[in-house]
Design a protein around this ligand. Structure first.
Ligand code: FMN
Length: 197
């Protein structure tokens, strides 16, 4: 693979709530990704592609209907060079469907970088992000230092889906620049030497 090949970024939208605000945030981020020449984006919307919530026994097989649900998500995570989690904060953490999507997978996360765009009430989703850093370290991922966060999310965007605070655009650029650095470095490293878990 050429070192110049576009980075494949899977954007995982962690909120599945009816009437959720998440798509406004995800669409804004996707706008940034589409505008870049070094990245292609795949939106993994956990509402559109729900995953089973009951795990099989160790070594057990999934019923075909559940295997089909996983097949709509797992290959896309495997193909990604890097991820951005778009997550709200629910009770000082991140939503259960996002944890479910994380737990269904393992190697798909290994040796890959993850950036965060969070939103919520007073905290801007930052407590959800801090918890995600701990979880994703267990899955051999690298989390990106800089984040983008929106406090009082519903008021933070205008009717066109643009953040009212122009600083958000610069924050998104910094996040994606850092993600690109890690994604290139880790993709090169995985090609040189397969990740040993
Ligand atoms: C079950 C639940 C728990 C929440 N807990 C928090 C919280 O702990 N801290 C916070 O800042 N906002 C909290 N909120 C507010 C949400 O972060 C905010 O409404 C956000 O827009 C929800 O994302 P969604 O609309 O995409 O589902 C909570 C919302 C819900 C539904």
């Amino acid at each position: 693979m050429s070192i110049d090949q576009d980075l494949k970024i899977a954007v995982i939208l962690g909120s599945t709530r009816t009437g959720r605000f998440g798509p406004v945030v995800a669409d804004w981020l996707l706008g940034h990704l589409v505008a870049r020449e070094d990245m292609t984006a795949d939106l993994v919307d956990l509402a559109a592609t729900p995953l089973p919530t009951v795990f099989p026994s160790f070594g057990g097989e999934l019923p075909p209907s559940e295997a089909e649900l996983l097949a709509a998500v797992s290959p896309r995570l495997a193909a990604a060079d890097a991820f951005v989690f778009v997550t709200p904060e629910y009770n000082h953490s991140f939503p259960a469907p996002l944890k479910n999507a994380i737990d269904w997978h393992n190697q798909q996360w290994h040796g890959k970088p993850i950036g965060f765009v969070s939103y919520g009430g007073l905290s801007g989703g930052l407590r959800a992000v801090e918890q995600l850093r701990v979880v994703m370290a267990e899955l051999n991922s690298v989390t990106i230092r800089n984040t983008v966060s929106f406090h009082g999310a519903a008021q933070a965007f205008d009717a066109d889906g643009k953040p009212r605070d122009p600083a958000a655009e610069a924050a998104a650029k910094t996040l994606l620049d850092q993600l690109a650095w890690w994604a290139h470095a880790l993709r090169d490293a995985r090609q040189t030497r397969p990740f040993a878990a």
